[in-house]
Design a protein around this ligand. Structure first.
Ligand SMILES: Nc1ncnc2c1ncn2[C@@H]1O[C@H](COP(=O)(O)OP(=O)(O)O)[C@@H](O)[C@H]1O
Ligand SMILES: O=C(O)C1=C[C@@H](OP(=O)(O)O)[C@@H](O)[C@H](O)C1
Ligand SMILES: [Mg+2]
Length: 185
C-alpha cells in the first residue's frame, strides 16, 4: 500500500484537476481525481447524485473514494472542492503531502464560469462561492502542508511551485538547482 505523492485540495476553480494531471505528467506517475472515481463507481454524474440523494450522501461516497485512492494510488490525487468538509475525510489526510491550491473569487469565477456544472454553484455562483470559502478556508489550511496561490500563476507555474514546496524537483527529473551546480563544479 502506497499513499499518493501529492494530494491537491482547494475550492472549485483552484485548478486541482488541471494542475493534478500536469503534475503527474511531470513526475511520470499516475493521476487520479476522486470526482471521476465517484462518477465511475456510481455510474452517474455528480450533479445527479447531489440532486437525487443530497450532499450528505455525496460526502459519504466521496469519503469512500478518498479512502480507496489513498490506499491504492501512489501518484497524484486531486480531491473535489468540498471533500475536506467531512471529518472522516480530513482525518484520512493527516500526515500526507497535501497542497491547498488557493484562488480568489474573481479568478475562480473567470475559470469555472457562471454556467458551471458544479451543483453547489448552480444558483448565484459568486455568493455561493464566497460563502463556501468562508466556511472552508480554515479546513483547507488545517489539513495542508503548503498553501499555493494560483491567482497569478499558470498551471505550469503552479506545478513548479508544488515541486519546490514538496522538494520534488529531483523526482521530476529537473536539473539541479543553481546552488547544487556550484557545489558540483
Ligand atoms: N492557474 C490557472 N490559471 C488559469 N486557468 C486555470 C488555472 N488552473 C486551472 N485553470 C482553468 O480553470 C478551470 C477549472 O480548473 P479545474 O482544474 O477544473 O479546477 P478544480 O478541479 O479545482 O475545480 C479550467 O478551465 C482550467 O483550465
Ligand atoms: O466544492 C464542492 O463541494 C464540489 C466541488 C466539485 O469538485 P471541484 O472542486 O473539482 O470542482 C465536486 O466535487 C462537487 O461538485 C462538489
Ligand atoms: Mg476538479
Amino acid at each position: 500500500m502506497t499513499s499518493p505523492a501529492v494530494v491537491l485540495i482547494g475550492p472549485p476553480g483552484a485548478g486541482k484537476s488541471t494542475v493534478g494531471a500536469l503534475l503527474a505528467e511531470r513526475l511520470g506517475v499516475g493521476y487520479r481525481d476522486t470526482d471521476a472515481d465517484i462518477v465511475a463507481t456510481a455510474g452517474r454524474p455528480i450533479a445527479e447524485i447531489f440532486i437525487d440523494e443530497g450532499e450528505p450522501h455525496f460526502r459519504e461516497l466521496e469519503r469512500a473514494a478518498v479512502r480507496d485512492a489513498l490506499d491504492s494510488h501512489p501518484g497524484v490525487l486531486s480531491l473535489g472542492g468540498g471533500a475536506i468538509l467531512d471529518d472522516g475525510t480530513r482525518k484520512l489526510l493527516t500526515g500526507l503531502p497535501v497542497i491547498f491550491l488557493d484562488v480568489q473569487l474573481a479568478d475562480a469565477v473567470k475559470r469555472v464560469g457562471l454556467d458551471a456544472p458544479r451543483p453547489l454553484l448552480a444558483v448565484n455562483p459568486r455568493k455561493q462561492w464566497r460563502e463556501l470559502m468562508e466556511r472552508r478556508r480554515p479546513l483547507y489550511t488545517e489539513v495542508a502542508r503548503a498553501v499555493i496561490d494560483t491567482g497569478e500563476r499558470s498551471p505550469g507555474q503552479v506545478v513548479d511551485t508544488i515541486l519546490d514546496a514538496l522538494e520534488l524537483r529531483q523526482a521530476a527529473g529537473d536539473a539541479p538547482q543553481a546552488a547544487n551546480r556550484e557545489e558540483q563544479a
